[in-house]
Ligand binder design. Structure first.
Ligand SMILES: [Zn+2]
Length: 65
């Protein structure tokens, strides 16, 4: 079994490996405070559905379903 998963990148136009960007919880906490909680849903969505980052072009991969 390989732990390297691949996905089709719509920037490169080919199947590439990907990784997830580490979430900066400190920055998100500050944004949540200064926006009076409006940032919280965005923070939570980045925690529960992290964006895949292409290993080739380093751009976020948006999967079309
Ligand atoms: Zn790419």
């Amino acid at each position: 079994m390989s732990d390297q998963q691949t996905v089709r990148c719509n920037h490169c136009g080919k199947t590439v490996g990907y990784h997830f960007d580490p979430i900066n919880h400190k920055k998100n906490l500050i944004l949540t405070i200064v926006s009076f909680g409006l940032w919280l849903p965005i923070w939570l969505s980045s925690v529960f559905s992290p964006t895949k980052i292409c290993n080739e072009c380093k751009k976020p991969i948006w999967e079309t379903k």
